[in-house]
Design a protein around this ligand. Structure first.
Ligand SMILES: Nc1nc2c(ncn2[C@@H]2O[C@H](COP(=O)(O)OP(=O)(O)OP(=O)(O)O)[C@@H](O)[C@H]2O)c(=O)[nH]1
Ligand SMILES: [Mg+2]
Length: 225
C-alpha cells in the first residue's frame, strides 16, 4: 500500500490541492483513501471529503507524525483491511514533519500484514505568505522543505512574481536536490505533475541516521545555511 503525503504549513492549500489530485488519481482507476489529521478544534475536512463520495478518515487529538503516531498506524491497518486502497493520501497537520510521518506509516507494517511504500514527499509552500513563513515559523518550514522530494510553490495564480522568486530561492537554499514546481489549484497548474509523481514514483524509507545527519546540519551549525 502506497502512502502519499501532501505537507505544508497551515493554510498552504493542502486540502484544496489534495482534492484535485485525488480526482485525477481516481480517473486513472486507482483506489484512493484519504487521511486528514486535524490538530485544531475545528475539523470539517473529512466530512467535506466524504460528502464528495470519497473514502476518508479523520484523525484528531494530536499530530500523527509524533503524538499519536500509533493511531495513524492503526488507521492504515484498518483502511488496508476494510478498503484495500492502492494509495492513501495523507494531509498531515500544518505542523507535521514529513519524515516523522514516514516513520509512523511504517509502524503499520508491524501492526498489520502490510508493506508500506512511500510516494514522493510533496511539500506546498505559500508564496503569498513567504515573509511570515521565513520569520515566524522558519524552522518548521525549513524542515518541511528539507524533507521533501518535491516542493510546489502553491497559489501561483495569486502570488507576485517577486514572491515566487523569493520562495524559489528559499527552497533551493534549504533543499537543492528537491524538484521545484509551481502549483495553483485555481488554474490546475502543477496538479498533473503531482498526480504523476504520486502514481508513478517512490520515496525512500525512513532512515534514522539520515534524519540525525539532517538535524545536525539544521541545528548544529553545519555548512548549509
Ligand atoms: N489563490 C489561491 N488560493 C488558494 C489556492 N489553494 C488554496 N487556496 C486558498 O487558501 C486557503 C487555504 O486552503 P486550504 O486548502 O484549506 O489549505 P490547508 O493547507 O489545507 O489548510 P489547513 O488544513 O488549515 O492547514 C483557502 O482560503 C483556499 O481557498 C490556490 O491555488 N490559489
Ligand atoms: Mg486542510
Amino acid at each position: 500500500m502506497k502512502v502519499a503525503q501532501v505537507a505544508g504549513f497551515l493554510g498552504s492549500g493542502k486540502t484544496t490541492a489534495m482534492m484535485k489530485i485525488v480526482d485525477g488519481l481516481m480517473r486513472k482507476g486507482l483506489r484512493i483513501a484519504i487521511v486528514v489529521n486535524d490538530v485544531g478544534e475545528i475539523s470539517v475536512d473529512a466530512k467535506f471529503i466524504e460528502s464528495h463520495g470519497l473514502k476518508a478518515k479523520e484523525i484528531s487529538g494530536g499530530c500523527i507524525c509524533c503524538q499519536i503516531a500509533g493511531t495513524f498506524a492503526d488507521t492504515l491497518v484498518s483502511l488496508h483491511k476494510s478498503f484495500d486502497p492502492d494509495i492513501v493520501i495523507v494531509e498531515p497537520s500544518g505542523v507535521a514533519i514529513p519524515w516523522g510521518l514516514k516513520r509512523a506509516a511504517e509502524y503499520s507494517e508491524e501492526k498489520g500484514n502490510i508493506v508500506i511504500e512511500h510516494a514522493p514527499v510533496i511539500t506546498l509552500v505559500d508564496p503569498t505568505r513567504i515573509g511570515m513563513l521565513m520569520k515566524a515559523v522558519r524552522r518548521l518550514v525549513e524542515t518541511q522543505i528539507r524533507e521533501a522530494d518535491v516542493c510546489f510553490i502553491n497559489k501561483a495564480d495569486a502570488a507576485a512574481e517577486a514572491d515566487i522568486e523569493t520562495t524559489r530561492e528559499f527552497i533551493k537554499s534549504i533543499n537543492p536536490k528537491a524538484e521545484i514546481g509551481l502549483m495553483s489549484s485555481k488554474t490546475g497548474l502543477g496538479i498533473d505533475r503531482a498526480i504523476q509523481l504520486i502514481a508513478g514514483c517512490r520515496s525512500d524509507r525512513y532512515d534514522e541516521s539520515m534524519e540525525r545527519e539532517m538535524l545536525k546540519k539544521q541545528y548544529g551549525g553545519g555548512s548549509h545555511a
